[in-house]
Design a protein around this ligand. Structure first.
Ligand SMILES: [Zn+2]
Length: 444
């Protein structure tokens, strides 16, 4: 058994914060230690209590000034869009044709996909993200390459090959039957293998025929514990196109509903322009609405109505995500910063506590993984991020005006922070990323 430990300022959420100042929603330990045994958190508590119990010579990674949080979780992004990020001047449907459908064709080459998977997962870790729900390209090899690299790293990832059999270049089309066969084969190979999980991934209603949505629904029935991920109500023209393609459906959500694709394991990217009936149906089926602020602003899609979705009874379940490459940053800190602005534009706001809860315990719960990840507690995987609120000159200068106020520090991190604020990232207690010159390892 390998024992390692991290020491620093520990922050973990116990419940969804009611708003700013909700001190009952989290546990903060100003000098805490997390003890890791075989990849999981064995014990956690104040350094004064824990350090004396460690075996002589046990290595402790000490971050005296930094915050240690559960690793970030990104509930929606696209593995084949790393070279599409920051593409100029198009809204959704044109953006797909002009940029994305060109870039994704390269992922038919397994060696290319393998190189990109390594780069992509390293970049997630450099941003403190340890779990993500990821779209592959249409090629089964893209999902295969992604899972293989994730397994090698020991990360918990959810992914799937995109299903799309119309309205894209021929090189990117599968068929209803081939998408069923390929998805099933990948699912049987990877779902529940170690920390990997499979998501059935019809891209969105526009690029799937009814036969393909039927195939996706059949797989969802055959494998009820697999995830489903797709897009909905991102852009007005997209919604119009869906209405024309599916004239018999009541609305956009009804298209997916008809094929049995709703439920607590379904992640719907965007949900910006849902009608009242759709919101109600999202809530009653426990489907998850995924908020992708940098993408929604960059592609000009609209403002995610987070408060309206959350205050329903029952509430719509909500997750947060980067949506790279429509999104403009791999950083969940940047995502929260832009998420705050999206709420400000709707006359409300997003407190730092709610924000950091959302990208840790909140997203874990949205993915049904709250017993495995998303909090610093015994039994959870030791997937952790070490955050430095003084990472840049401007941040350090701003922090001089903060006298030990945790919420203010968190707000500075989400407003000014990015990958430079990620001092280290741990997966199963192993340091998988380290910002240059940050190492401080001392014996217990
Ligand atoms: Zn997306």
């Amino acid at each position: 058994m390998t024992i390692t430990a991290l020491r620093g300022r520990l922050l973990s959420f116990l419940a969804a914060p009611e708003g700013a100042g909700d001190a009952a929603s989290y546990r903060y330990t100003s000098d805490g230690v997390v003890v890791v045994e075989d990849g999981r958190i064995a014990r956690v508590g104040p350094a004064a209590e824990i350090l004396p119990t460690l075996p002589a010579g046990a290595a402790v990674d000490h971050y005296p000034d930094d915050l240690i949080l559960p690793g970030f979780i990104d509930a929606h992004l696209h593995f084949p869009q790393t070279q599409v990020i920051a593409s100029y001047g198009a809204q959704l449907l044109d953006w797909l044709q002009k940029y994305t459908f060109v870039a994704e064709q390269r992922y038919g080459d397994p060696e290319f996909a393998e190189r990109q998977a390594k780069w992509f997962l390293a970049e997630l870790l450099a941003n403190g993200t340890t779990t993500a729900a990821v779209y592959g390209s249409v090629h089964p090899g893209s999902a295969e390459a992604f899972f293989a690299e994730s397994e090698r790293l020991g990360t918990a990832m959810i992914a799937g090959k995109v299903m799309m059999d119309r309205h894209a270049p021929p090189a990117l089309l599968d068929t209803a039957q081939s998408s069923y066969d390929d998805s099933k084969r990948l699912l049987q190979r990877w779902h529940g293998r170690g920390r990997q999980c499979y998501a059935l991934t019809p891209r969105f209603a526009i690029t799937s025929t009814e036969a393909q949505l039927e195939a996706a629904g059949a797989l969802a029935r055959e494998f009820p514990d697999a995830y489903v991920q797709t897009h909905i109500a991102e852009n007005r023209k997209e919604i119009e196109a869906v209405r024309e393609l599916f004239p018999d459906s009541r609305d956009y959500l009804d298209v997916y509903d008809k094929y049995g694709l709703l439920g607590p394991k379904t992640l719907f990217g965007h949900c910006i322009h849902l009608e009242e009936r759709e919101r109600q149906r999202m809530a009653e089926t426990g489907s998850v609405a995924v908020f992708c602020p940098t993408s929604n602003l960059f592609i000009g899609s609209g403002l995610f109505p987070m408060r309206e979705l959350a205050r329903r009874d029952p509430p719509v379940r909500i997750a947060a995500a980067t949506d790279v490459g429509g999104g403009t940053s791999y950083s969940m800190l940047r995502t929260l910063g832009e998420g705050y602005k999206v709420q400000q534009l709707q006359g409300t706001n997003l407190s730092a506590l709610e924000a950091f809860h959302l990208v840790t315990a909140g997203n874990a719960e949205a993915l049904g993984l709250q017993d495995e990840i998303g909090s610093i507690a015994p039994g959870r995987y030791a997937d952790l991020v070490v955050l430095d609120a003084r990472a840049t000159a401007a941040m350090a200068h701003r922090m001089e005006a903060v006298a030990g106020d945790l919420e203010e520090e968190l707000f500075i991190l989400m407003t000014l922070g990015d990958d430079r604020s990620v001092k280290a990232t741990y997966v199963q207690g192993r340091r998988m990323h380290e910002r240059e010159g940050t190492r401080s390892r001392s014996p217990a």
